[in-house]
Design a protein around this ligand. Structure first.
Ligand code: SF4
Length: 398
């Protein structure tokens, strides 16, 4: 397969035969700002939400002409509303955006359509409305099932709201629900973390994402921790949190398919898999990233700026660059090793023209001997222990 699919601005047949695209919508509004958050978001502003929905819908409508495709020419099999807090939109807004997608792209009948929701804004009419509009996967930002931890993180929902949100999702017809949990929180012990894991398993979601808290330099949580003299558990405890949670999830019928993600068989997040398998996607909304035909770009980040540019018919694109062949194989390696199945070295050689054994042979052998990586035929993957050390392992390839 060639390095570039040649899809951007390509004539019709190329776009039709290319693998389906993903669409990502960044919804940059939140009811409150969590103490650890480093995402692109701002506080809810109803007037700006209205203008944002108009702008993002217009950006979608213009997409075929922008890439010189016919309307409904490019196939799309995943759509993802992330944020921010997409559940702050009205269901009618989500329906409008999805209608625009179906008019601009050939959205496959079995497309995975995910919306991230916070438990406090996952109300019945909203969930029923987005389900009717075609959203078929709900990703709930639960983070913890312990009240003290939710408070420390600055989350505005409580445990009962998280549990009710799952029940409401089921009642609204969602058969694919994912929960996000965060580990290695201030003052959290291993047994306390496992309480949240057990509470999540008890709700029987199809998918779980387990993230380790990252303390950004400017996160308010850092100051709060310093004032309250809270600390993070030692690294050994963090490793134990990860390994014990994964073992418990294995025993409950979940399959780990990526460093931070487990799913019931067949319920892996197809949209996120595009990011980890050199797929292509278009991002809409402020700050959204896109990757198409070995070109990557980002939309302007500030919501007002984004809206003003769309209204003026100007480009929202910034930081556009061609990915070099070296960047492409490095990225394929880094994202491929995040996956439990790892990657095929032969496929990397064929696709990117790089012989990783010749280039990194001693390092790869060292990783295998140290038990952080495994070789099975031509496949290379990280072991579970290796996943804990992923950053150190992956650094070798850059
Ligand atoms: S809800 Fe999500 S995006 Fe919004 S402030 Fe909290 S962590 Fe950040």
């Amino acid at each position: 397969m060639p390095i570039s699919s040649g899809r951007a601005g390509a004539p019709a047949p190329d776009a039709v035969s290319a693998p389906p695209l993903g669409l990502y919508f960044h919804v940059p509004f939140c009811s409150a700002i969590c103490h650890y958050c480093n995402f692109s978001r701002g506080l809810l502003d109803e007037d700006l939400v209205r203008r944002y929905v108009d702008a993002v819908t217009a950006e979608v409508r213009r997409a075929p002409a922008r890439f010189r495709w016919q309307p409904r020419q490019a196939r799309v099999d995943t759509i993802f509303f992330g944020g921010g807090t997409p559940s702050l939109l009205d269901a009618a807004d989500v329906a409008r955006i999805l209608d625009a997608c179906r008019a601009a792209f050939d959205v496959t009948p079995d497309a995975e359509v995910t919306l991230e929701a916070n438990p406090e804004s996952a109300a019945d009419p909203f969930l029923a409305g987005i389900r009717a509009a075609g959203v078929n996967r709900l990703s709930l930002g639960v983070q913890s099932f312990r009240p003290a931890e939710l408070l420390r993180l600055g989350r505005i929902h409580d445990v009962a709201q998280a549990q009710r949100a799952v029940a409401r999702a089921r009642a609204s017809g969602f058969e694919n629900v994912s929960l996000d949990l965060m580990m290695w929180l201030p003052e959290q012990t291993v047994p306390q973390w496992l309480e949240s894991v057990e509470a999540a398993i008890a709700l029987a979601p199809e998918h779980l994402s387990l993230y380790m808290l990252e303390l950004y330099a400017n996160a308010p949580l850092r100051d709060t921790m310093a004032r309250a003299q809270w600390s993070l558990a030692p690294d050994d405890d963090a490793a134990e949190m990860y390994e014990q949670a994964m073992a418990r999830l294995d025993a409950s019928g979940y399959r780990q398919y990526e460093i931070s993600n487990v799913a019931r068989p067949g319920r892996e997040c197809r949209h996120n898999l595009k990011y980890w398998t050199d797929g292509e996607w278009l991002g809409f909304g402020p700050g959204a990233h896109s990757t198409l035909a070995a070109v990557r770009w980002k939309n302007v980040s500030a919501t007002e700026d984004y809206v003003a540019r769309v209204v003026a018919g100007a480009s929202v694109e910034t930081e556009r660059r061609d990915l070099t062949p070296v960047e492409r194989w490095q990225e394929a390696l880094i994202t491929g090793l995040r996956l439990r199945e790892g990657l095929s070295l032969a496929a990397v050689a064929e696709r990117y023209g790089v012989d990783l054994d010749a280039r990194f042979g001693p390092d790869l052998r060292g990783f295998v001997e140290a038990g952080v990586a495994a070789r099975e035929g031509d496949r290379l993957r990280l072991t579970r222990r290796g996943m804990l050390l992923a950053n150190e392992v992956l650094r070798v390839f850059i």
